[in-house]
Design a protein around this ligand. Structure first.
Ligand code: ADP
Ligand code: MG
Length: 699
């Protein structure tokens, strides 16, 4: 039903509604309040509390009056004050409105109204209510005497008119038949509602707009959040269905010990546990789809290596895809180094190869069934043929989109390779469930022994000189430092607002100027710089030099963020720390603390906003990546987190991934059961389900 069918909606208002995507009556019903105002406590005159908003019910005692006080004007026009007096059994209350002369004609003496407004004491010490909301008690109460919805109103609508419009829409739909096309028709199967104690759709929609009580609101919200998450999960299962629980390559000859004995260290208990998870996946005959979550430095590479070792010794290729050239190079060296002892060959495929090297590598990948393949996105480009891909590993998964993850496993489609997905950035469980709903999750929740907590400090730029002295001190002791700047070069940018605070572009540090300044200030020290605009070979040379200890300090952008490992670097300085997300700061900090020396992280910021301060405090207080990730999610919202939009997740109408985790779990379990056909449905319910899944923004 089109919105113009509603009373009071002419072309102009319809346009304003359409501008925010409200085209039909159904759209209105699904346009949920952004907040609520509890006006259900009705007070008497005696009970009114000055200084706060009160709701009162009473009879208009006298005809309202308009006054134009001399000399008082608003916007050049004379000021009109409308006064009226309300009576209840306990006393009288004066009410005033400004510049609404038409109210004089609106109110009827002797009629009962509900008013909500701030109460104050006037100069004669009499109570007065200022510009209250009003509503005659003879009509359905929408703005007072109840819990009142607050909407983000379209242009030209007051809360009051918009509330009335929504109510009208609800009413109009109530009048429609209850068939499938009604918005009140329940799209959740009865047994799912029953099992999860969810109210029906009609009650939910009424109570989300006009809650009868707090409990009714909670029940309505619960139901609608469940519904939203349920259909999203169903859609995700459908989307990923091809991948989940399909038969896979059975790897029979699994011996973890041989590999472990070849490592230069003892694996941690957490690493071993994950290795056993992987081994049992390999032996199961089903395809492995596993996510390994582990904080920076927890030793995911060794686990990946062990998995690759198992695949290769069983006669298959294993491939690991890294998000950057620098990281791919590092993996290449690590794998070569370790696999040499078993006579396993490792090849590297990145965009940086020369044409002839690339040809040679591609030929090898297409023909040798027992090699280790390390690379970047280059691994999933067309033209890369794999001889016998049995295991694909994606490192630092959050840097890739969902699609890229699938692309690599599709490369070995005929034999459905096992997949292992690794992420160093701890993903809050809520998001992991959604982004990786099709994956089993293993967590490495333990760091290798001997690691010291990284000492973290936050200072303002006045301390920069002293921080630089610290670089020299550590350099003199034979150690190295990273300095992170948000920009590469000095470019004119607009001032930005960060956490409600406008920050001058002048304060943004850039790699080029910083390197120059630091080199000038630090005689005798070698300072290098690294950023994303450099050629891969150049980046590699700089990283190699830094790793070899030839450079004392490396000024870099966040290209250094993922995975890079230089044990001798024990100091990281992050300039303009206010510009980075908490998870990102944590990632950056994880570049140090990989050796035995005490490691330090210094955050430099001149930002003063409360949020920035809280974030910096969180960084100095905790080194727990999961805690920081949760906080980041709470502060920035799921939309920003790792750019979930890029992962194809929709914005939610009502669900809040941060607070609704319990509902998410239930919705996911129900969706899983429904997807697997474990729930008995009527034909009609099945149809309804399929239709709603089809409507999901995920698909
Ligand atoms: P991340 O999980 O961040 O990818 P890495 O795999 O890069 O961590 O491991 C970080 C460092 O810790 C590497 O130098 C690695 O050799 C070392 N390492 C991994 N596991 C252990 C262990 N069990 N004992 C000691 N050192 C380990
Ligand atoms: Mg890593």
């Amino acid at each position: 039903m089109d919105i113009t069918k509603l009373t009071g909606i002419g072309e102009k208002r319809a346009q304003a509604l359409r501008a925010v995507g409200l085209n039909t009556v159904f759209d209105l019903i699904n346009y949920f309040p952004r907040d609520y105002d509890d006006r259900s406590q009705i007070k008497t005159v005696e009970e009114l509390i000055p200084g706060v908003v009160n709701t009162i019910r009473g009879v208009l005692a006298s005809a309202p009056d308009n006054i134009n006080p001399p000399r008082k004007r608003t916007n050049g026009r004379p000021l009109t004050i409308t006064k009226a007096v309300l009576n209840d059994t306990t006393g009288k209350l004066e009410m005033v409105w400004f510049n609404q002369p038409y109210l004089k004609k609106y109110f009827r003496t002797g009629q009962e109204y509900i008013f909500t407004g701030r109460v104050k004491l006037d100069f004669k010490n009499h109570l007065q209510m200022e510009s209250p909301d009003y509503e005659p008690c003879s009509e359905t109460l929408l703005s007072g005497g109840r819990i009142v919805p607050v909407y983000t109103t379209p242009k030209g609508f007051s809360q009051k008119t918009f509330r009335a419009l929504i109510y009208q829409a609800l009413d109009a739909c109530s009048g429609l038949d209850v068939g499938v096309s009604s918005p009140f028709y329940d799209n959740l199967p009865y047994c799912i509602r029953q099992a999860n104690q969810l109210c029906d759709r009609k009650a939910a929609l009424y109570n989300i707009h006009y809650p009868e009580s707090n409990q009714a609101f909670m029940a309505a919200r619960q139901r609608l959040v469940f519904e939203e998450l349920f259909f999203m999960q169903m859609a995700l299962f459908t989307l990923k269905g091809a991948n989940a629980e399909t038969p896979g390559i059975m790897l029979c000859d699994i011996n973890i010990n041989t590999f472990v004995n070849g490592l230069p260290f003892m694996p941690t208990a957490a690493q071993l546990r994950v290795l056993h998870d992987i081994a049992s996946d390999f032996k199961s005959g089903m395809r492995m789809n596993r996510l390994i979550q582990g904080d920076v430095g927890s030793g995911k590479t060794a686990v990946a290596m062990a998995a690759a070792y198992m695949a290769i010794t069983n006669g298959y290729q294993a491939a690991i895809m890294a998000p950057t050239d620098v990281l791919a190079q590092q993996h290449y060296k690590d794998f070569c180094h370790n696999f040499r002892q078993y006579g396993i060959e490792t090849v590297l495929l990145t965009g940086a190869l020369t044409a002839s090297a690339r040809r040679e590598t591609l030929a090898k990948i297409a023909s040798d069934p027992k090699i280790m393949i390390v690379g970047t996105h280059a691994l999933i480009q067309p033209g890369v043929e794999y001889a016998r891909l049995g295991l694909v590993i994606t490192d630092e998964q959050h840097r890739f989109g969902v699609n890229q993850r699938f692309m690599l496993s599709k490369k070995g489609l005929e034999n459905a390779p096992h997949t292992l997905v690794m992420t160093a950035t701890p993903i809050p469980r809520t998001l992991a469930l959604i982004l990786y709903g099709d994956l089993d999750i293993s967590v490495i929740d333990e760091l290798p022994p001997g690691r010291q907590a990284i000492k973290t400090y936050c200072v303002d730029s006045h301390y920069r000189g002293r921080v630089h002295d610290f670089i020299r001190k550590e350099a003199d002791a034979g150690r190295q430092a990273y300095i992170i700047c948000p920009a590469i070069e000095d470019t004119a940018t607009e001032n930005e607002t960060i956490h409600n605070e406008t920050i001058s572009n002048e304060t943004i540090r850039n790699v080029q100027d910083y390197t120059r300044e630091l080199s000038a200030a630090m005689h005798g020290l070698t300072i290098a710089s690294l950023h994303g605009k450099m050629k891969p070979a150049e980046k590699q040379q700089i990283m190699d030099d830094f790793k070899a200890g030839k450079t004392h300090a490396l000024v870099s952008t966040t290209v250094i963020e993922v995975g890079v490992h230089v044990a001798n670097a024990n100091l990281i300085i992050i300039e303009n720390a206010e510009r980075f997300g908490l998870s990102q700061l944590h990632q950056l900090r994880g570049r140090v603390g990989r050796g035995t020396a005490q490691a330090y992280c210094v955050l430099i910021t001149d930002a003063k906003s409360k949020i920035t301060k809280a974030r910096m405090k969180a960084m100095t207080d905790t080194t727990d990546g999961f805690k920081l990730a949760e906080l980041d999610l709470a502060q920035r919202g799921a939309g920003d987190f790792f750019g979930t939009r890029q992962h194809g997740l929709p914005d939610f109408t009502i669900a809040n991934l941060y607070t609704d985790i319990e509902i998410l779990k239930k919705a996911q379990a129900a969706a899983h059961a429904a997807y697997k056909g474990e729930i008995v449905l009527s034909d009609e319910e099945s149809k309804m389900l399929a239709m709603n899944v089809g409507l999901s923004p995920v698909l």
